[in-house]
Design a protein around this ligand. Sequence first.
Ligand SMILES: [Zn+2]
Length: 152
Amino acid sequence: MRVTEVKVIERKLKHNPRSHGRNWRDYAKPPRIYVFVKENVFENLSNRRVRPHTMYKKFAVTPALEALGLDVADCTVAWKQKAGCDCGCSPAFIVTSKSGARMMPRSDAYVNVEGADAAIDADKQPRTLAIATRGGVVKPSNVNELIRALLN
Ligand SMILES: [Zn+2]
């Protein structure tokens, strides 16, 4: 596995269009480290629950913490499937401070990795997709079959 890019994106304080309140909770939550591999939507749907996060921790976390301006020795990270979204589509590491330092950056890190071992944990099975169509349940095995099933 190889890291090809590390990006840090500062969060924006979002407004709720109905209540006009500001979403401080999302804004102030601990930094996330997202890890991306080059893959199509079919592969992402199959693989996003079986990421090799032990490998990510070894290769992607330190450069991400450094890019966030954090003290690597003071940080601990935990891989959470729902770190980025309650539906589980955006797993990530959540960064916390061992010393309890309260000031965390209002930013998240986005790391691109590549390599044969970068997409799936070799000990886990990728998810088998099943799409309910008018003609019955279809189990697509590539992105073209997935699109065809979704259009049916
Ligand atoms: Zn989601």
